[in-house]
Write a protein that binds this ligand. Structure first.
Ligand code: SAM
Length: 512
């Protein structure tokens, strides 16, 4: 198989990946095992083997008598890889025998576990350690900062384990902390039984770490339940083009994305989206013009707010203050409450551009609240179904611009849209508000969205929530086809034939 990527280096990006040949959307670019995996630095106690939270009780590993692990029946049967590795276990056991290492030391320092795991590779896998140590750290920018001070407790902990005994570089642990911060990916821990949600872990992947950032990426990243990362092309990528991963949340406005990149990754993003005050025509950080009431007021990189319609200019204190108020309001409302979200959207729509990220945030949350309500209700109302459809339809064009090609959020939104359309169409047909032909039109529309969703979900790993959604969507696709056949049979039974909406339109044009 020919290589799919090459490594390049530039003054601006450091090392980065380019396509070694033309890549098609959906094509796998690289697969990567974690170099090191562990909980976040502010974690509460988790099992060293499976990362499930240890809430009230824990056992210690039978072999080393140090590592906290799951009590009762132990870790889930589905656990295929033991994260408390044999070498880590031997290391703890040795320290227990020689220095009396106590399990409580590990309990108190669980937030430093990832750093410890990264450091243990120095002995167990020197080649990987060297690669890890060559990653960008921005160490100079971190020196004397609050993050440096925060990591001093980890330095002390690692030192107490004797891991720095023969080390001359006194900043080695800070360097490891920095390499993790700058290069790690968020990884979903195992689902917590009875709750379903997961701990957020961090993983360092040495190949994937080389991907450069763009606020409109051209890759799709998935990490399966065994924590193997697969990077796919999300759009077609031409040979020689840079392969980008979006390090930030694409549904945040420019100021927030830039702040996140500056604080966490130490660079100023100058991508096409960041330098376009309209954010690719989405106006995601824009306000409604207080003067002409129809134009969108955008902010230039110099901080000047200008209405794109009437061209009036505004002070930062004017527009910026209004946006801040809308953001503060979203922080305090109950985001699980349909009425509060609806009221927020109504009020804030008078101040912010329709696709402002705060409105999109509220829209996504409201869509989630309505989904739960629809799933709970045996007979959801037409009103709630219509509103849910409307919200999905508002989100999709923005997602198309900001996450072109394959995107997880888009796949889920398309799936939700199809499911609600099918439900509404059935309700309307059952109550005789639409005919068989009308029902068929709606089902065909829903099928189009479901197919688009499935095309994206197919690349999700089977053993992940999105993979499970893919299996569910496939089942629903089969059920939808069966419903469509039944509806067609009904139309034929009435002695009619079904003519699609598009064909009906064409026929109408021909007659005219
Ligand atoms: C995850 S690392 C990528 C690998 C890194 N280039 C290396 O050589 O180790 C992230 C770092 O790459 C650089 N980088 C990535 N994308 C960039 C971009 N769009 N503009 C400027 N620097 C970027 C920044 O230094 C950032 O902190």
């Amino acid at each position: 198989m020919t290589a799919r990527y090459d490594i390049q280096k530039s003054e601006e990006l450091g090392r980065y990946l380019i396509a070694a040949r033309d890549l098609k959307a959906g094509e796998s670019i690289l697969t990567d095992e974690p170099y090191a995996l562990g909980p976040n630095s502010d974690t509460s106690l988790v099992c060293f083997n499976c990362y499930l939270p240890l809430i009230s009780k824990f056992l210690v590993c039978k072999n080393c008598a140090v590592a906290p692990v799951c009590p009762g029946d132990g870790c889930p049967d589905t656990l295929t890889k033991k994260w408390h590795s044999n070498s880590e276990c031997d290391f703890f056991r040795n320290l227990k025998l020689t220095k009396g290492l106590h399990p409580m030391t590990m309990v108190q320092n669980v937030g430093s576990l990832l750093v410890l795991r990264a450091m243990l590779k120095r002995e167990t896998d020197p080649a990987a350690w060297e690669e890890f140590m060559s990653l960008e750290t921005h160490l100079d920018k971190r020196k004397n900062s609050s993050v440096w001070a925060y990591n001093e407790s980890t330095v002390k902990f690692i030192k107490s384990l004797g891991l720095l005994d023969n080390v001359t570089d006194e900043d080695l642990v800070q360097k490891v902390c920095a390499a993790i911060d700058v290069n790690s990916f968020e990884v979903r821990g195992p689902p917590i039984p009875a709750i379903g949600c997961s701990e957020v872990l961090r993983g360092v992947y040495l190949k994937a770490a080389l991907l450069a950032h763009d606020c409109v990426g051209n890759t799709h990243m998935s990490i399966n339940d065994n924590n193997v990362l697969v990077c796919h092309a999300s759009t077609d990528i031409k040979k020689g083009d840079t392969i980008y991963y979006n390090y930030t949340d694409p549904l945040k406005g420019t100021a927030l994305r830039q702040q996140h990149l500056l604080v966490g990754k130490y660079f100023q993003c100058t991508c096409t989206r960041c330098t376009d005050s309209t954010e690719l025509g989405t106006y995601m950080s824009s306000a409604m013009c207080p003067d002409c009431k129809t134009g969108y007021v955008t902010r230039t990189t110099e901080g000047q707010w200008t209405c794109q319609g009437c061209k009036k200019q505004f002070e930062q204190s004017n527009i910026g203050h209004k946006v801040q108020c809308c953001s503060d309001k979203l922080d305090v409302i109950n985001k699980k409450d349909e009425k509060e979200l609806e009221e927020y959207i109504r009020n804030v729509s008078k101040v912010l551009a329709p696709n402002h990220y705060l409105l999109l945030d509220a829209t996504q949350r409201l869509a989630g609240v309505l989904r739960d309500a629809i799933n709970r209700e045996p007979h959801p109302t037409k009103k709630i179904l219509r509103r849910k459809i409307q919200l999905c339809q508002e989100l999709l064009p923005v997602l198309d611009k900001l996450c072109p090609g394959i995107s997880r959020t888009k796949a889920i939104t398309l799936y939700e849209l199809h499911a609600t359309m099918v439900q509404l169409a059935k309700k309307l047909f059952d109550s005789r508000e639409i005919t068989g032909t009308g029902y068929m039109d709606e089902l065909l529309n829903a099928e189009k969205y479901l197919k688009q969703s499935l095309e994206m979900l197919f690349i999700e790993p089977g053993n992940s929530p999105e993979g499970e959604l893919c299996a569910k969507a496939l089942e629903e696709y089969r059920a939808l086809k069966a419903t469509m056949n039944a509806v067609l049979d009904g139309i034929h039974a009435e002695g009619k034939t079904y003519v699609s909406a598009a064909e009906r339109e064409d026929n109408k044009k021909e007659v005219e």
